[in-house]
Design a protein around this ligand. Sequence first.
Ligand code: ADP
Ligand code: MG
Length: 390
Amino acid sequence: MTNFTKLEKLKEALASTEKNLEWQKQSLIEDNPDRDKLIQKLEKVAEDLKEKINRFESNNIEEQKEEIIADKVSDEKAKISKKTVSKKTAKLEPVINDSDRNFLNVGEKPDFEDGVKGLKQKLKRQKQLTAKYSKNILDGDVITTENYQPNLDKHIIELKNVRKSYITGDLETPVLKGIDIILDKGDFIVILGPSGSGKTTFLNIISGLDKASEGDVFILGSNLTLLKDSHLTKFRRRNVGFIFQQYNLLTNLTAKENAEVGENLSSNKENAMSIEDIFTTIGMAEQMNKYPHQMSGGQQQRVSIARALAKNPNILFADEPTGALDEEMGRKVLEILVKVNREYKTTIVVVTHNPNIAKIANTVINIKNGLIDSLEHNDTPADPRTIDWS
Ligand SMILES: Nc1ncnc2c1ncn2[C@@H]1O[C@H](COP(=O)(O)OP(=O)(O)O)[C@@H](O)[C@H]1O
Ligand SMILES: [Mg+2]
């Protein structure tokens, strides 16, 4: 290895270590001595790497000659991965029993003005209600601003009068213009629409990555519109998994270790699949110890599915998950999503602009210009191996 590539490797290792550190710091599992030790360890690794990079960059290369950097880095990493947080000491979140949940209607909405002024009034009211109710919602209360009562037994997602606007200058740009929808537990749902129609905005709002400007967004009974940011983060960690077009894997962790990161971020350990089972499901049992750069894009995307599944999420969200893949790999990823839906009953929500992909769903939401154009149910979803691919 030339010194230049060594330096690049060190920098890459540092970036990944820092990212991992960030993940661990955000972990839901608090007051855990194991986690604190892991963080200290990672901080030490990051410090050492920084020092090495400094020495390299100050041209003091002689000292480095004997060091096989890659091995060092993987040694450290092996030590770290053995120190993953033990399940026994993890603080489990309380399980909310549906019959114990209180229902509350916050009362009549005031009359808001039009345009930016009205939008600001709405956001101000939302902020006040959030301060008052966010904690209760996180603890299981069902709270509506739209005089709407969701059916928690049957439906996993219920939206009432959901709007999202951005303010650009003194103009209001509406993106979602009043969405009402009810979706059943265990469905395979596709959100279909042309580019710019609002699909990603819609997905971000129902997955807790972004917040509506107005309306009720009941996901598993929690009205996400009234959750403050830190509670939204907790909600996401407890309940949902994500797959993005870009796979977002940590480069200095193996496939298996990447999946374990997902597992550590979760509190939903009950009935969780083992990492080994997950890799069998995604057809990559043989590749568990490979690093991202040793895998194709399709394989990396499958590892990102493994990471999401390791959390045992109630809902799996995917935004254009095959957007960066060729046909063969794209079909494979869709096949795995279908399998996960069938075998583990995980509710799956996939965003796509490709009508062929919508054929594999049993529920298709057609979205057009910020509104739902139609909601279709399909009793005979197609096999991803047989759909047209263009
Ligand atoms: N932060 C933002 N500020 C202003 N407009 C936005 C913002 N994010 C998205 N939009 C607009 O919202 C519309 C829908 O975007 P998006 O949800 O990404 O659509 P899709 O995923 O269907 O392509 C687009 O016209 C986009 O320009
Ligand atoms: Mg999009």
